[in-house]
Design a protein around this ligand. Structure first.
Ligand SMILES: [Zn+2]
Ligand SMILES: [Zn+2]
Length: 296
């Protein structure tokens, strides 16, 4: 079995879907990223991009164990969940990993978004076997090769062992996304590392905590929602410019930077401009687009 990490972007749009020829190149679906390693399927966020991934899983994958991590539960990161067909099917074992927001537990949030006020089927009524886990800053999730149940530890004060084929996902909670913050995840497998940092607003000179968390990783996927002109109006909204992303990538010494969470106002021509801006600071910058696949 190949040890490759297969990454695919199923949605790179922020806020809401967009349609039309001027968005063709980067796509209109909201955030969803898949990572496949050996028999494991790991999904980050359930924006509308997850709908197409669900179809792909049914058609092309033998895997029946899915792990869905949520960076946060803003609507553009959960809106596809109820149309993700595997959740209705008995043969799927699905781990849901995310965080509470203020007084709503992560389980409450999942149950609320699929309830009769909004949707004909309740989350609880869906056919798959589901486990819900809450995750916090400084915790790690271990996905073991022969176990569908995941393990969660605090990396600072709990003892755990990592075996050769384990996938380790660390959580860094960032407060720079209103109002409840956002989880940034680092995926590690056999010395390869990817950081997924969507919906983050960086700081002047760089985000020190994120830079430390992303040190020397192979791939940093970073929010880059706004060009400077838009950022000036939307400062404090929890998103970065391509330059901010590039500063973090450069200071963290990552191998490659992928820009994502494009504003719904950004036509293909505007997104293209972001790459030129990022490259001025960090040469190994690339644009994430819907359908992009990376083998690591
Ligand atoms: Zn978002
Ligand atoms: Zn958000």
């Amino acid at each position: 079995m190949s040890d490759k990490i297969k990454i695919k972007f199923w949605g790179v749009r922020g806020s809401h879907n967009v349609f039309g020829d001027e968005y063709k190149k980067y796509g209109g679906n909201t955030t969803c990223l898949s990572i496949e390693i050996r028999r494991k399927i790991i999904i980050f966020d359930a924006g509308s991009g997850i709908i197409n991934y669900g179809k792909d899983i049914l058609k092309n994958k033998k895997n029946t164990e899915l792990n869905i991590f949520f960076t946060h539960t803003h609507i553009d990161h959960i809106q596809g969940l109820m149309y993700f067909t595997p959740i209705y099917m008995k043969k799927y074992f699905i781990n849901f990993i995310g965080s509470a927001v203020f007084n709503a537990s992560f389980s409450d949030i999942l149950n609320n978004i699929m309830d009769h006020q909004y949707f004909p089927v309740k989350f609880k009524q869906t056919g798959s076997y589901k486990k819900i886990y809450e995750i916090h800053d400084s915790q790690i999730v271990i996905i073991r090769e022969d176990n569908s149940n995941i393990e969660i530890y605090n990396k600072n004060y709990e003892l755990y062992e990592i075996e050769e084929n384990d996938i380790v996902i660390s959580c860094m909670h960032a407060i720079n996304h209103p109002v409840g913050g956002v989880n940034i995840y680092k995926i590690e497998y056999k010395n390869k590392k990817i950081v997924f940092a969507t919906d983050v607003e960086s700081y002047a000179y760089g985000d020190e905590k994120l830079i430390e968390f992303s040190k020397d990783v192979d791939i940093l996927i970073h929010d880059s929602a706004y060009l400077d002109e838009e950022y000036k109006i939307k400062q404090g909204w929890g998103h970065s410019t391509p330059e901010m992303a590039a500063i973090n990538a450069k200071r963290a010494n990552v191998k490659k930077l992928y820009l994502t969470h494009h504003s719904p106002d950004d036509t293909d021509e505007i997104v293209d401009r972001k790459l030129k801006i990022a490259k001025k600071t960090f040469k190994e910058s690339y644009l994430a687009y819907e359908g992009l696949e990376i083998d690591l």
